[in-house]
Design a protein. Structure first.
Length: 220
């Protein structure tokens, strides 16, 4: 009997960015992963921001719909019932629990459960979340076989602060008069992690960082 170890590609916070969606789907195909786990905030850019140049939720819907049978999605703090009405795959679950051998993968957005306020987990279980838009370049396998990364990061403009023009965030910290946030322009990025699970043991065999840029170059 051959033990099969499925590969999951995990991403978060697409926020309707067409270039980022194209990048993650291209990486999904290139890696030969079996499932794409999206950790919320799929279509909407958020009420604080102007529409970014690459914001195209209708095109994102069309692209993701082609992979509907391969997607596991959870609800982000920007996802609503209106989003679900236009999507062919479920996105409104607050979390997803995915069996991996004798262990579980607990996938959630991160605004409720995260590394600071984790859900109940057993040794070897895997917690996935995004939300902060801040990458943590620390994918690792903990001593008891738990695949771990502190935060996946974000999809959006590379030269930004959480997708926002850096000058606006700097002005806020200086105590200047508050202004309306403006979406940053320029090249985009997508930050993700690829976990490979041994289904015979339920333990994580490999945790690999995958960063995709719109120059069609992948940086690991």
């Amino acid at each position: 009997m051959v033990n099969h170890s499925p590969a999951f590609l995990i991403a978060s916070d697409l926020h309707g960015d067409l270039a980022a969606t194209d990048a993650i789907l291209s990486r999904f195909e290139a890696e030969g992963a079996e499932r794409l786990i999206l950790l919320g905030d799929i279509l909407y850019h958020g009420p604080r921001n102007d529409l970014p140049e690459g914001y195209d939720p209708k095109a994102v819907i069309a692209m993701l719909s082609q992979y509907a049978d391969k997607l596991f999605c959870v609800r982000g703090n920007c996802d609503t019932e209106v989003d679900q009405m236009v999507l062919d795959f479920p996105v409104l679950a607050d979390y997803a629990v995915i069996p991996a051998g004798e262990r579980l993968i607990y996938a959630t957005h991160g605004h409720v459960f995260n590394t600071k306020t984790p859900p109940p987990l057993c040794p070897g279980d895997i917690l996935l979340h995004g939300h902060t838009h801040v990458p943590a370049a620390d994918p690792q396998i903990l001593p008891k076989g738990t695949g771990y990364v502190t935060d996946l990061g974000m999809t959006g403009p590379r030269n930004s602060v959480l997708g926002i023009q850096p000058e606006l965030s700097i002005a806020k910290f200086r105590g200047d008069l508050a202004g309306r946030y403006q979406w940053a322009e320029g090249p985009t990025k997508l930050e993700a992690v690829l976990f490979t699970i041994d289904t015979a043991t339920g333990l994580c065999k490999k945790a690999e960082r995958v960063d995709c840029y719109d120059e069609n170059t992948a940086h690991r």
